[in-house]
Design a protein around this ligand. Structure first.
Ligand code: SF4
Length: 267
């Protein structure tokens, strides 16, 4: 049986006609209802039996992942409480005041104190907290050098690239394909800056999940029978500031955030 981790994975199986035979107003609403286990996937009469057999009951329960991440966060907070946070702030070009290190996550303040307690101007989930704490613990503070490279070119990236495409680039591409205007707005909500890059994409936006860890999201619209495509690029100094696992986790979190916003506002 295949596993379903988010509503967009169900949405992409549907024909997108919004015919309402499932008693939902849109295919997207049906996908959300299936994901929340309020409707069975066979509620759409247009799905092939083979697809229904593959996906019936396939919604992944997030508890195990949540528990795993909660444990990882507790372990990282413990480590934070053992380091010199003022030294870490100097190393990373962050601010240290009132026993708190503060840096910007997507342009908003994120603080951790000497006991490992977190506070933030924005809601950030475990997908963000784990990489941010790893960055505070292990980031070298090397400044971005403006050379953009692929995930595959980062240390340890090639063996994880297939997963990265599946869990990070493809979900973002689906959001961009379905709601191109909203996708652009969302990048801007996250303090993204549209740039003209040497990569000849229709949309190129730089985001700063962390001040020393910029990412560039490039989207090519479908054209002349060619499929759309989306790729995420990294500064070549990224390896010095975030390990590959944290990088992967952060991008997975970004893709999930975009999917959630698209589902809430894009229908
Ligand atoms: S019946 Fe299927 S195709 Fe029609 S709106 Fe519902 S999910 Fe979409």
């Amino acid at each position: 049986m295949s596993h379903i981790n988010n509503p967009m994975e169900i949405f992409k199986l549907l024909n997108g006609s919004n015919c309402r035979e499932c008693n939902e107003n849109t295919c997207l609403a049906f996908a959300v209802a299936v994901f929340k286990e309020k409707k069975p996937i066979h509620g759409c009469p247009y799905l092939e039996k083979e697809v229904i057999d593959r996906y019936e009951g396939a919604v992944e329960k997030p508890n195990t992942v949540d528990e795993y991440k909660a444990k990882a966060i507790e372990a990282l907070k413990q480590k934070i409480s053992l380091i010199d946070l003022s030294e870490a702030a100097k190393r990373l070009g962050a601010r240290f005041a009132d026993n708190k290190l503060t840096l910007k996550v997507f342009g908003k303040n994120f603080s951790v104190d000497t006991k490992g307690n977190l506070s933030s101007e924005i809601h950030i989930n475990a997908y963000m907290v784990v990489p941010v704490l790893n960055h505070i613990l292990n980031g070298s503070g090397k400044s971005p050098d403006g050379n953009w490279i692929t995930f595959r070119e980062l240390t340890g990236g090639s063996s994880r690239y297939a997963h990265f495409q599946q869990r990070c680039e493809k979900p973002l591409k689906r959001v961009a394909d379905t709601y191109t205007g909203l996708f652009k707005d969302m990048l801007e909500i996250f303090d993204g800056k549209q740039i003209v890059s040497h990569i000849d994409s229709d949309i190129s936006i730089v985001l700063h999940p962390l001040p020393l860890f910029p990412i560039m999201v490039c989207y090519w619209k479908p054209e002349d029978g060619l499929e759309s495509s989306l790729h995420i690029y990294f500064d070549s100094a990224s390896d010095d500031n975030l390990d590959i696992e944290s990088n992967y986790t952060m991008n997975e979190g970004i893709a999930l955030m975009f999917e959630k916003i698209a589902l809430r506002h894009g229908g």
